[in-house]
Design a protein around this ligand. Structure first.
Ligand SMILES: Nc1ncnc2c1ncn2[C@@H]1O[C@H](COP(=O)(O)OP(=O)(O)OP(=O)(O)O)[C@@H](O)[C@H]1O
Length: 256
């Protein structure tokens, strides 16, 4: 489980996160939405140890990790899929996977751990692209590679920062399908998402960050029935409820 309690963090210029609290149960997806500059990436980076927490708690499976170095937090079971994917343009897919599957990481993998073979079984497209460099991959392939890299760190908690950004609707739907499958497999997922309808589609709960504060945190079931109040918080056009003959999540996935 990921437990964040009264977390404050920021940069030299000032505090960005103000007493942020939420819990994510194993096997569930917590979405975080908010306007540009609300502090979503700062939250993810603080949990990953890239931005120091000034106060508050971050617990992974009951262990307090705030203040540890980023590589120690990764070893505690936190995987990060950063915004913009950040794959190396000159390294091949195979080289990315070999680097991510470093020996200390493989040693921590149990029988259920992630191996390159298991990754390629899950993501056959990467198997076809092993010799291609990062710069030669499509946006969707880069995103799959970024997720694969994080999984090879054997995470219990996966942090995804706008994984569908810049992807075609079809590729974005595939990425969301992958995230849902990983959560169904027991992973704890924190998903930063710009598109409210995507967040509602796959997350169990959705939180809204505004100026670094959580102003809403509820199960997504409510927003699926009536997304208007949530959409109003984000000042985006409300998504109409789905017609009765189609399941909601898919319709919203198709909404541009
Ligand atoms: N490295 C940094 N140094 C100083 N200030 C930063 C840094 N990164 C972000 N900020 C500031 O922190 C605030 C929150 O930024 P953050 O990137 O966390 O927001 P966000 O919700 O992820 O935005 P977006 O949706 O545009 O990605 C902004 O005011 C931003 O200018």
């Amino acid at each position: 489980m990921l437990c964040v309690e009264r977390l404050c963090a920021g940069y030299a210029g000032g505090i960005v996160l103000h007493e942020v609290s939420f819990r994510v149960q194993p096997g569930s997806i917590q979405a975080v939405v908010g306007r540009n500059g609300a502090g979503k990436s700062t939250l993810v980076h603080t949990i990953a140890g890239l931005v120091p927490a000034s106060s508050g708690r971050i617990e992974i499976g009951g262990v307090h990790v705030a203040g540890r170095q980023p590589h120690r937090i990764a070893q505690s079971g936190v995987g990060l899929v950063p915004q913009g994917r950040r794959v190396f343009s000159r390294l091949t897919v195979a080289e990315h996977l070999v680097l991510a599957a470093a020996p200390w990481r493989a040693a921590t993998a149990g029988s259920e751990g992630w191996t390159v073979a298991r990754i390629l079984e899950l993501l056959p497209r990467l198997a076809e692209r092993l010799r291609h460099r990062g710069c030669e991959l499509s946006g969707g392939e880069q995103q799959m590679l970024a997720i694969a890299r994080a999984l090879l760190g054997q995470p219990r908690v996966l942090l995804l920062d706008e994984p569908c950004e810049g992807l075609s609707p079809d590729l974005a739907a595939r990425v969301r399908g992958l995230i849902s499958a990983l959560a169904a497999d027991g992973l704890t997922v924190l998903l930063v998402e710009q598109q409210l309808q995507y967040a509602i589609e796959i997350a169990d709960r959705v939180a809204v960050l505004e100026y670094g504060r959580v102003i809403y945190d509820r199960p997504t079931g409510e927003a699926r029935v009536d997304p208007a109040p949530l959409a109003a918080m984000l000042s985006v056009a409300a998504v109409p409820p789905p017609p009765a003959n189609r399941p909601g999540p898919r319709l919203w996935a198709d909404t541009p």
